[in-house]
Ligand binder design. Structure first.
Ligand SMILES: [Zn+2]
Length: 651
């Protein structure tokens, strides 16, 4: 058993050493043989007053309670309660995957207990655990849709039934709650369901098993890490094997859309349903972290590069097509039609997180950052009560993108679980020392892998101001490395330790500072937040001749609210005009806005013919004010766009 190192006792497959659960990271990679680095526990990394703390606070204070109310109002909890009643009342409500929405909410709430202990919330989670487990059948099966008259349909709709998708989220909720409180009741419920699968499913004469919506794979990898029971990882391998293609008579288009049902190493590109493809890739990367499997490793690398070089938006969003919520072809990245589901941006980020921990390469953290500060941050309003399912890069005011509720409400709790656990995404450890991936005001109270206690205190103005100071406080003087990610956008970064400058600081890499650190040491970094124009690969035809604005990790958009006299769809950037910054006031106070001179077309363009022998040239100078993309429609619906034609940009 792999966990004997950390565990004094093994009970029912779960490490039960004294407080073993407290030590487990956001991902518990401590014993994963192919992990280059290891995430810290959520409780170890506390965000302090700043950009992300505000987002985390609103998640805990507003978003979690209001979403639970909505889940109750829409019958999601009653769907469990009714199964404990003889009269089966009230009738089941919502689509067949609503169980997963409650599980994901519970995962988010569970992580929040590590950030902010809350006896009332913990009691609520205990109550929900009891309600859920009362609906579990003695066999271990647990699902509120395939019951009573629909029970004969169990496992008959594996491409669309979401039974395993729901189980995956049950396991993740159970693991999060275990790591936050040491309580394993919910986790044990999930394990009972997995044991039922292991008994009845697999090669003939057992029944076939397919993840019609991948997700269980990564949950099983984490269950293996939590329990040390190899059978759970082997079950993930079975799901990746593609052996059920024949038995379930899957069509080629199923294999594409589901991103499941064929041997994973045969995958050559991201295709089909974006969230399915990215969850499968995340689970496959988890599998590589545990096994080092060379074919899987090659495949996840190829798929990640397909994302990063051909299929991701400048906002970190993914999934170009609304029809089927799918990836488009290479370089097919429409802006207004962009689907870019919040869940897909999150899935892309956790895929990159696994790749980062597999390799230690900064480019993976770079893509995580792009998604986090833009296409994920946009997914929840500053009020914490409105959510985006889609995150387009341009939209008219008539498009109601932010809504309190969706019948398919996968995105809101997915955003919540990301924000409640967020601090733990910022730091990792390795044998050599400590890694800092992102910068916000934060305090890390953890330890080096040598066992020496370590405290890091990060004070910064990021993402708005580049001045950053990191106090390094090891429990005793010790030689180790502090790895600081220098983002690719920070073209000229200044760094010093205790006032002594460091040369050769390269953007897009980790700066490795190895020395004998002692309490009182200070690293000072000044990131380069020069606003810049961003250009897409010319093969992105939608963006050819256009530019977007970016400052630090933040991508900007032009929104009608700040430009009442301009039609944002009929104006161009002037490639020669300076880009200036201005502190925001009002609803966006605290943020930095960008201002520049633009060039308006003599419009309205709607009066011009569709085709002409001379191009329309924008010439009338107009001042433009850009706001962070994540805030689009946050002050109410209004026309906005990320990409603008750029006159004088050298196309
Ligand atoms: Zn979603």
């Amino acid at each position: 058993m792999r966990c004997v190192v950390l565990c004094a006792v093994l009970l029912g497959g779960v490490c039960a050493g004294q407080d073993a659960w407290r030590e487990q990271g956001l991902l518990h990679l401590a014993q994963s043989p192919h992990a280059r680095m290891h995430p810290v526990p959520v409780r170890a990394a506390r965000l302090e007053a700043g950009f992300w703390k505000a987002r985390q606070d609103v998640t805990i204070e507003r978003s979690l309670p209001t979403l639970l109310e909505l889940l109750e109002q829409h019958g999601v909890v009653d769907n469990f309660r009714r199964l404990a009643r003889a009269d089966r009342q009230p009738p089941r409500r919502g689509p067949l995957y609503t169980d997963s929405d409650l599980y994901k909410w519970m995962e988010a709430a569970a992580w929040s207990l590590q950030v902010r202990p809350d006896a009332k919330l913990e009691a609520k989670l205990d109550e929900l655990t009891d309600i859920i487990l009362a609906a579990q059948e003695p066999s271990g099966y647990l699902n509120t849709w395939f019951v009573d008259e629909r029970a004969p349909l169990r496992w008959q709709q594996q491409t669309s039934g979401h039974e395993l998708y729901c189980l995956g989220h049950l396991l993740q909720a159970g693991i999060a709650y275990y790591r936050s409180t040491g309580k394993r009741k919910l986790l044990d419920g999930g394990i009972r369901f997995v044991e039922y699968l292991l008994r009845d499913f697999g090669p003939a004469p057992k029944q076939p098993l397919l993840t019609g919506h991948p997700e269980l794979e990564l949950a099983l990898a984490e269950l293996y890490r939590t329990s040390g029971d190899r059978r759970y990882l082997d079950l993930a391998a079975y799901l990746f094997s593609g052996v059920e293609r024949e038995r379930l008579k899957l069509r080629e288009r199923d294999l594409v859309y589901l991103f499941s049902g064929k041997p994973f190493p045969e995958r050559t590109q991201l295709e089909g349903h974006a969230v399915r493809a990215l969850y499968a890739s995340t689970g496959a990367a988890d599998y590589v972290l545990e096994t080092g499997d060379a074919a899987f490793r090659r495949t996840v690398l190829r798929l990640w590069e397909d994302l990063a070089f051909r299929k991701v938006y400048v906002t970190g969003g993914a999934g170009a097509r609304a029809a089927g919520e799918t990836f488009g072809d290479a370089y097919e990245l429409p802006n207004q039609q962009a689907y870019s589901e919040s869940c897909a941006a999150i899935a892309g980020m956790i895929f990159s997180q696994r790749m980062l921990h597999l390799t230690g390469e900064a480019r993976y953290a770079e893509l995580m950052e792009r998604a986090l500060y833009n296409g994920i941050c946009s997914g929840m309003s500053s009020s914490g009560t409105l959510y985006c399912y889609r995150n387009p890069l341009a939209a008219p005011a008539s498009d109601r993108i932010r809504n309190p509720w969706y019948d398919t409400t996968c995105c809101p709790p997915n955003l919540q679980r990301t924000f409640t656990a967020l601090g733990a995404y910022f730091f990792s450890t390795s044998r050599e020392g400590i890694w800092v991936h992102f910068y916000d005001n934060a305090a890390l109270e953890w330890k080096l892998e040598s066992g020496t206690p370590l405290r890091l205190k990060v004070k910064t103005g990021m993402p708005w101001h580049g001045e950053t100071e990191i106090a390094v406080e090891p429990g005793k003087a010790e030689e180790f490395t502090v790895f600081l990610r220098i983002p690719g956008w920070s073209l000229s970064t200044k760094a010093e330790v205790n006032g002594e400058g460091i040369s050769n600081v390269k953007p897009g890499e980790y700066l490795a500072i190895r020395r004998r650190w002692r309490a009182g040491d200070r690293v000072r970094i000044v990131f380069d937040l020069t606003p810049r124009r961003v250009f897409a690969n010319p093969r992105v035809s939608e963006d050819y001749g256009k530019a977007a604005l970016q400052r630090g990790p933040i991508v900007y958009c032009l929104e009608k609210h700040d430009n009442p006299d301009v039609d944002v769809f009929e104006v161009a950037l002037d490639g020669g005009a300076p880009l200036e910054t201005e502190a925001a006031t009002g609803a966006l106070a605290g943020a930095v806005l960008l201002k520049t001179q633009g060039l308006a077309y003599e419009g309205p363009l709607g009066r011009r013919p569709l085709y002409e022998f001379q191009p329309a040239v924008p010439a009338r100078r107009v001042p433009l004010v850009f706001v962070p993309y994540f805030a689009f429609h946050d002050r109410g619906p209004a026309d906005f766009t990320v990409w603008l034609p750029c006159r004088g940009c050298g196309f």
